[in-house]
Design a protein around this ligand. Structure first.
Ligand SMILES: C[S@@+](CC[C@H](N)C(=O)[O-])C[C@H]1O[C@@H](n2cnc3c(N)ncnc32)[C@H](O)[C@@H]1O
Length: 539
């Protein structure tokens, strides 16, 4: 890769403005980053008042609108043949064409400075050992959610990209890009592209993509997002429904740049970080970008509601509960979830600081829906409802097996769930779990202080006093552990017997970067699952 000075010169020639206190630097591993030589001013409130770290002319953005391929295609209909595919696939075709043009591309210097395909380790394209180590993890699920792997790209290349690129007039390209070039293009798009506007829905933005990601970031990309998708204009244009007649709000100065603006103070010598999106989990970062953040607060381990119920029914030590109709139970869980959200809209059902159960997210992002464990090892409300449903069914079934002796009626495990009663049960059980957790924490603290024996009498082993509640709590904690154990069971065999620290050690000893990342990811997820299991062991 040429030195960044060549890139800096090209950027200046192309009209890019970079704050003189900011520098592009080359890391020993060949990667690029952005650092600050002096403190930058603190941020303002609007795009215009945000101090601009860099301004990139919109004309320098590489998208399906601006590329050489867009110019080479004879009719818009040909380009439209890509329109029904995912934006990343479409842009990859344009970038592959640009790569195949070599020095004839307007973006040649920029593309030469982008990393080689082998140095970006996106999990979407892992094969062999690295892919095997993702088994049973959230990372495997994230790759499946994105739905791209090398086989998918090969089919798309053979059936869509290659026929289109081969149909270009010979003057437009030396020869169509190979599959390997197309893969390189896809890796660049996955790990570097931005959503710029409705006109450039996905694009490579030179310089803006030299910033690494952190959470929280120092800077973010700012652009006029809602422009005409046909011509990119901000104000009135002929594509408006009313033909762009009078009455349109015209901005005095249309912004012809995409800006990197700072949102918090940048200290001298600090690396300047961008954000690749809000709330990105390590599963997403590894899948699409090929790196992870230590202690990422957006990590989750998710379960389908049905999957969680099925695991717990299997784990329930009540034979009758094992036979419960799963469809009916799943339906009951859905209605309970809706009832919980409706009730929580007026007042939270649980203390926001509950140590074991997360509050409902204020604006659920896709990874904050349904049954999951969050980065603080708390169960989502939906997962808790599933646990509570099966725990009470099991406890009641156990109760029904004994001679009737309790005031509380013991119903057989039917799946006719009264939502308000089941909600009350879930809240009551959550309160019992919190109290049990506090008692364990106090006990551990007392043990650490050498007071363990002196205090033992005060912590009644027979708590809670009600045997029926005790049974429900015991079931709930066993069910939570069963869900974690089932997840670990899905992971690669070698990993099952290892704890998180052994996995981290194994990752450190691994030379292959993709495999190292796969093991490191697994170690982080294991740490979370082990923490949940130990928190739900009340003895
Ligand atoms: C948009 S580029 C950022 C610039 C990149 N460092 C380069 O050399 O061109 C995204 C890539 O940078 C790397 N990256 C970004 N943020 C990172 C971070 N916080 N830790 C490690 N690698 C990171 C990953 O390889 C990712 O695929």
């Amino acid at each position: 890769m040429p030195p960044p000075s060549a890139l800096s010169r090209w950027l200046t020639q192309e009209g890019v403005h970079l704050d003189p206190r900011i520098h592009l630097v080359s890391r020993p591993d060949g990667s690029t980053a952005v650092t600050s030589a002096a403190a930058l001013i603190s941020p303002g409130q609007t795009r215009k008042s945000f101090p601009s770290v860099a301004r990139i002319p919109l004309s320098l953005v590489l998208s399906h609108r601006s590329s050489s391929l867009a110019q080479a295609l004879d009719s818009p209909l040909e380009e439209d043949s890509l329109a029904s595919y995912a934006p990343a696939l479409r842009l990859a075709v344009h970038v592959a064409h640009e790569l195949s043009l070599g020095s004839k591309s307007r973006w040649a210097t920029y593309l030469e400075h982008c990393p080689a395909r082998e140095s970006v380790h996106i999990a979407l394209l892992w094969q062999g050992e690295a892919q095997r180590w993702t088994r049973g993890t959230e990372l495997e699920r994230e790759c499946a959610r994105i739905g791209v792997d090398e086989a998918v790209l090969k089919r798309f290349y053979n059936h869509v990209a290659l026929p289109l690129l081969s149909s270009l007039p010979s003057s437009s390209s030396a020869s169509p890009p190979s599959f390997s070039t197309f893969l390189h293009a896809y890796v660049l798009v996955s790990s570097r592209a931005f959503q710029v506007s409705s006109y450039h829905p996905l694009a490579l933005v030179p310089l803006a993509d030299a910033f690494n990601h952190s959470d929280p970031p120092h800077a973010h990309l700012a652009s006029d997002t809602w422009v005409c998708p046909e011509c990119g204009r901000l104000g009135a244009c002929p594509h408006d429904d009313d033909g762009g007649g009078p009455g349109h709000e015209e901005r005095d100065e249309p912004l012809e740049t995409v800006d990197m603006v700072s949102e918090r103070k940048i200290n001298p010598g600090e690396e300047v970080f961008n954000t690749y999106g809000a709330g990105l989990s390590n599963a997403h970062l590894v899948a699409a970008y090929g790196f992870l953040l230590e202690g990422n607060e957006h990590d989750v381990v998710s379960f389908g509601g049905r999957e969680a119920l099925q695991t717990m029914l299997r784990a329930s030590d009540s034979a009758a509960v094992g036979d419960v109709d799963l469809d009916a139970l799943e339906h009951a869980l859905d209605s309970l979830g809706a009832a919980w959200r409706a009730a929580a809209a007026s007042a939270p059902l649980l203390d926001e600081g509950h140590p074991l159960i997360a509050p409902l997210p204020s604006s659920p992002t896709p990874n904050l829906l349904g049954c999951f464990i969050d980065a603080d090892a708390r169960l989502s409300p939906e997962l808790w409802l599933a646990v509570s449903l099966v725990a009470w069914l099991t406890a009641r079934d156990d109760e029904a097996q004994r001679p009737a002796k309790r005031a509380r009626s013991a119903a057989p495990p039917a799946v006719v769930v009264d939502a308000s009663e089941a909600l009350q049960d879930a809240v009551q059980l959550a309160e019992l779990a919190e109290e049990a957790w506090r008692r364990c924490e106090e006990e551990a603290a007392a043990d650490a202080d050498g007071l363990g024996d002196a205090d033992a009498g005060a912590r009644d082993v027979a708590w809670p006093a009600d045997e029926f509640e005790r049974e429900a709590l015991r079931c709930a904690s066993a069910l939570v552990r069963s869900v974690c154990a089932a997840r670990i069971e899905e992971q690669v065999e070698e990993a099952r017997g290892m704890d998180a620290s052994a996995l981290y050690e194994r990752a450190e000893e691994t030379a292959d970067p993709s495999l190292r990342l796969a093991i490191e990811y697994l170690a982080g997820e294991r740490l979370l699952l082990d923490r949940v299991s130990s928190q739900w062991t009340f003895s």
